[in-house]
Design a protein around this ligand. Structure first.
Ligand SMILES: Cc1ncc(COP(=O)(O)O)c(C=O)c1O
Length: 497
């Protein structure tokens, strides 16, 4: 974990560094006759007193923000085996292509005729996604995976409605699903019906058959699922859903395990969202400025967000096409275009063989790490995994009073980001580990060694784990309170309650 090298001058807010009159830069006094703000703005809009801003030198400012940034963990600092989140390295060439002036200086209002290069890239990227997923068309408007989920379900709803009946009222979700799935279902106006995971960690075909009826709009599945296991009966599941008129939704969060090897469309899925920040290594953007494109089969294509790019085969020119049955816009303009450029760069640099290799390596890395830990840690479901695996700290809790959270926090002291903990909910004391394909064998070994050292400490000195982390800028936070009472604004000490 990064340590602050000069805590004496750096702790606290930039306001604490403020010295009256100190400046990072100065603005020259305007020449005589050049109007000032006071000359041109209406009097009522002018401030009566100067804003209370920190007065610091450029060096103070640079040091403050550099030190702050060093308190953050990132993939550039070290391994980030956060299960289900696929925190893999984002190659720097993506930033260079996204910054090319022809892409970065385009204005979204520019007519299609003046943006042919950008349209060609979106069009080609769509062809790549369609090929990778086995779908017919895709939209790049959604700004994150969860936004893609909502868009996909709105498309499902619009499709059912257009069949002349009701949009149906229920969506099936396995109990191992990510929390965004049920939240999306509710937001799209559906009821959630949870189906249990069986003892293999999989969705049982008979359970799906029994749950399907004419009111069920569809089933949302992640494959491989959030336990890191491939749903082997997927073709039978798809038949059971389709036979009752339902649709099969693919949560693409785990596409990293199968991209270039199998396609959701060939498994029977009708709608797919892709978390571009995971599989295609674009920045995540915390659910905001990212990208979660939705790809759909041909019968759902008319309902995608509009407009969508078109190609005039005679002139070879691209244009924006409005879809009359569209669910409407889900984002300003055409989504976050810079993310599409980054993901396109990734796909072009890898090529088909590279994509296949990516998945194989992700699965190999996960199984290597799993094998090194098995025996000391229990896996939730024994046997081969896909790109991630779930451990349970159940026995540590029983034997030493050590919880998954203690192990996770101790990993921080050993220089690693913790795995995802307490998810999936179906596993007691869950620790979900996803090393990704971008980590080397040396890093995987170091991570395995850290896990094994922690297991030994749990037996010999459990308090070390209870007190962890001790090497990070902050210890254990009240995460629920931090979310509910988020304070992003600095206040002087006397005003803090
Ligand atoms: C299985 C699964 N589905 C959906 C999501 C939501 O994706 P996003 O964070 O891009 O909104 C995640 C995010 O981690 C996920 O792991």
């Amino acid at each position: 974990m990064s340590q602050n090298p000069s805590p004496a001058i750096e702790e606290g807010s930039i306001y604490d560094l403020s010295i009256p009159g100190r400046r990072a830069s100065t603005v020259p006094t305007p020449d005589a006759g050049v109007p000032t703000a006071a000359d041109v703005l209406p009097g009522g809009m002018l401030r009566s007193e100067s804003p209370h801003l920190p007065e610091v030198s450029e060096l103070d400012l640079v040091r403050h923000f550099t030190n702050l940034s060093r308190k953050n963990w990132s993939i550039e600092v070290g391994a980030y085996p956060l299960g289900s989140c696929t925190m893999k390295y984002n190659p720097k060439i993506h930033e260079q292509t996204a910054a090319l002036p022809g892409f970065s200086r385009l204005h979204p209002w520019q007519p299609a005729e003046q943006a042919q290069g950008a349209l060609a890239l979106i069009w080609e990227m769509e062809q790549l996604l369609v090929e990778i997923t086995g779908m017919a068309r895709a939209s790049f408007q959604p700004a994150a995976g969860a936004a893609g989920e909502l868009t996909g379900l709105l498309v499902v709803r619009a499709y059912h409605k257009a069949q002349g009946g009701t949009p149906r009222d229920t969506v099936l979700i396995p109990d191992s699903a990510h929390g965004t799935n049920p939240a999306t279902v509710r937001l799209a106006g559906y009821k959630v019906k949870q189906i249990p995971t069986d003892s293999r960690g999989l969705v049982d075909i008979e359970t799906v058959r029994n749950a399907m009826d004419d009111n069920v709009a569809g089933l949302m599945l992640t494959n491989p699922n959030t336990l890191g296991l491939f749903e082997r009966e997927i073709e039978e599941i798809a038949k059971a859903v389709h036979s009752k008129g339902g649709l099969l939704y693919y949560d693409g969060a785990n596409l990293n395990a199968i991209v270039g090897v199998v396609r959701p469309g060939d498994m029977g899925f009708d709608v797919v969202h892709i978390n571009m920040h995971k599989t295609f290594t674009t920045p995540h953007g915390g659910g905001g400025p990212g990208s979660g494109p939705v790809a759909v089969s041909s019968r759902l294509a008319p309902f995608l967000p509009s407009p969508i790019p078109g190609l005039d085969s005679e002139t070879g020119r691209y244009f924006w096409e409005d879809l009359p049955q569209s669910v409407g816009r889900v984002h300003g303009f055409y989504g976050n275009f810079g993310m599409v450029v980054r993901a396109y760069t990734y796909l072009i640099s890898l090529g088909a063989d590279g994509l296949h290799n990516l998945s194989e390596r992700a699965v190999l890395n996960a199984n290597y790490l799993r094998t090194r830990l098995e025996g000391t840690y229990q896996t939730a479901h024994p046997g081969l995994c896909m790109h991630e695996f779930v451990l349970t700290a159940r026995k540590f809790r029983k034997d030493y009073g050590i919880r998954a959270m203690d192990i996770a926090k101790r990993l921080i002291d050993k220089g690693f980001h913790p795995p995802t903990v307490y998810f999936p909910l179906v596993v007691e004391e869950a620790m979900m580990v996803e090393p990704t394909e971008t980590e080397s064998k040396q890093t995987l070994d170091a991570l395995a060694d850290a896990f094994l050292e922690i297991a030994a400490e749990a037996a010999s000195d459990p308090d070390v784990l209870h007190e962890a982390p001790v090497r990070s800028p902050v210890g254990r936070l009240d995460e629920a309170r931090a979310v509910r009472q988020l304070q992003t604004r600095w206040k002087p000490a006397e005003q803090q309650s």
